[in-house]
Write a protein that binds this ligand. Structure first.
Ligand SMILES: Cc1cc2nc3c(=O)[nH]c(=O)nc-3n(C[C@H](O)[C@H](O)[C@H](O)COP(=O)(O)OP(=O)(O)OC[C@H]3O[C@@H](n4cnc5c(N)ncnc54)[C@H](O)[C@@H]3O)c2cc1C
Length: 453
């Protein structure tokens, strides 16, 4: 019986012939990637806008475009939307949470209704506004559905067909099998710029030189057992023991209810854009989780058992598109203004050192602060793209600039702007280069986003 995995393998074999491999670099230069696909693939959906990847950037892109009145499809390979925020167990909005735009306000308001978000305080008085990530997953899905977004969960983007900067159609695979989706406009919010890459646009990853990315981290939850219960213990001989505090990876502990804690541990030196490396990272994450739990049980005598763990490791950084503009750390430091500003970042340069699992950073503390800065629309446009935008942590920036712009507040703003721009193009039947960036800036402001510095 043919399975989804068989199909994906077949598709990649079809797409990765040696002749194509030889011309890949040439094709990348012009965003041109015609491919031979199985000719029995069915057209699953046609829409104005296909948003690929349901993390915060994708959700905000879909919410914003749907508000503009276009038909939006949002694809997500997991069971819930929210990406790192929900699947990765990240549960605090870093940076400023006011003036992000109407979609963000709608989410905050809904979270308040569920009593699932901390009260507002301005950044930097409050570094991170805590929320309940399980409730967030529900709130995001409900708001998407209320705005009429067509949601396809358990649907994996596989490949794209593009011609001279124009994405023609994409191949997806879900439980009902492989198929095609055709849209007027596309937004890549996969976090790994996977759609842009498969469509033939230039991408980069990690730091210059060796491409090493900021470390991933894994979030899991422990709970205390009742005092009359036997102290739990991880069985010996399964996992590498940690016997001193010095051997611990960077471990952040956050109280997550009575007798319950969230624990985040760093898992460095893996590549989120490489299937085997990401697999190794997930395996390592669960092993380290058990070693850390064992340490707390045996060495610190905590009465803790494993309560839950994130279904996916948290990915800080993967691939980024090479856009019409590459946002640089110098521009952040200068608080650069842009005529085509579509988002405003406030957070410091949160560049965890890619080389170890301790609380270490690329920059010394005194060099991490930046003033509020703007992100231009051109950072969302892969170079040469006519109907594809990229938002969230795969936008066009250098590694250090992204270490600030990757926080969820800013990802949401870039997603919102991408959704507004794509909807403008789709409703007018025009290509991105024909769109006035100043018009996007004005529309983003009208939606309540603060762009002034
Ligand atoms: C450990 C950790 C701690 C962090 N702490 C904070 C914090 O405290 N506060 C803060 O604001 N930010 C924090 N961040 C940063 C922030 O969480 C992320 O940068 C942000 O959520 C990224 O959003 P995104 O939508 O761009 O990407 P993602 O959240 O990665 O979303 C991408 C989505 O695309 C989907 N996808 C990928 N490939 C495919 C495919 N082929 N087909 C279909 N779907 C696909 C994924 O499943 C995912 O849902 C942290 C990040 C990490 C990893």
């Amino acid at each position: 019986m043919s399975t989804r995995r068989d199909f994906i393998r077949t598709a990649s074999l079809l797409c990765a012939g040696s002749a194509e491999a030889a011309s890949t670099e040439k094709a990348r230069e012009k965003g041109d990637r015609e491919r031979a696909w199985r000719d029995d693939l069915r057209l699953h959906h046609e829409c104005d806008l296909a948003v690929v990847g349901g993390g915060m950037a994708g959700v905000f892109a879909a919410l914003a475009a749907a508000k503009s009145g276009v038909r939006v499809l949002l694809l997500e390979e997991y069971a819930v939307v929210g990406g790192n925020a929900t699947l990765g167990g990240v549960n605090g909005f870093c940076g400023e949470t006011a003036g992000q735009g109407e979609a963000f306000d709608a989410i905050v308001e809904a979270m308040q209704t569920f009593n699932a978000i901390a009260d507002y305080k301005p950044y930097p008085e409050m570094d991170s506004r805590r929320f309940d990530h399980e409730i967030l997953a529900v709130v995001l899905q409900e708001l998407l559905l209320r705005r009429g977004v067509k949601l396809l969960l358990h649907t994996c983007f596989v490949d794209a067909r593009a011609n001279y900067g124009q994405v023609a159609e994409i191949m997806v695979c879900g439980p009902s099998g492989p198929g095609l989706i055709r849209a007027k406009q596309y937004i890549d919010t996969t976090g790994e710029a996977l759609l842009a890459r498969q469509a033939g646009f230039a991408t980069v990853k990690g730091r210059p030189g060796d491409e090493r990315q900021l470390p991933m981290s894994f979030v899991f939850f422990v709970r205390e057992v009742a005092p009359d219960q036997a102290a739990p213990q991880v069985p010996e001989g399964w996992f590498e023991p940690i016997r001193t505090e010095d051997e611990l990876p960077m471990t952040s502990l956050v109280k997550s209810g009575p007798g319950r804690f969230g624990i985040k541990i760093k898992i460095p030196k893996f590549d989120a854009t490489d299937t085997e490396s990401l697999t190794a990272a997930e395996i390592q994450a669960r092993r380290r989780m058990m070693s850390v739990l064992d340490y707390y049980q045996r060495v610190e005598k905590k009465p803790w058992v494993l309560d839950a763990c994130s279904p996916r490791i948290g990915i800080r950084e993967g691939r980024r598109v090479v856009g019409e503009h590459v946002l640089t750390v110098d521009e952040l430091r200068a608080g650069q203004r842009f005529d085509d500003a579509i988002a405003r970042g406030t957070y410091y340069l949160d560049g965890h050192n890619p080389d170890d699992d301790k609380r270490t950073y690329i920059l010394p503390e005194e060099q991490r602060q930046v003033p509020p800065y703007q992100i231009p629309f051109r950072c969302l446009v892969p170079r040469g793209a006519k109907n594809l935008l990229a938002a969230g942590r795969c936008l066009s920036a250098d590694q250090l600039a992204l270490s600030s712009a990757r926080v969820m507040t800013t990802c949401a703003m870039t997603g919102q702007a991408a959704g507004i721009a794509a909807a403008l193009c789709a409703s007018r039947g025009c290509a991105l280069p024909e769109l006035s960036p100043a018009e996007v800036t004005a529309a983003v402001r009208e939606r309540g986003a603060r762009l002034d510095l």
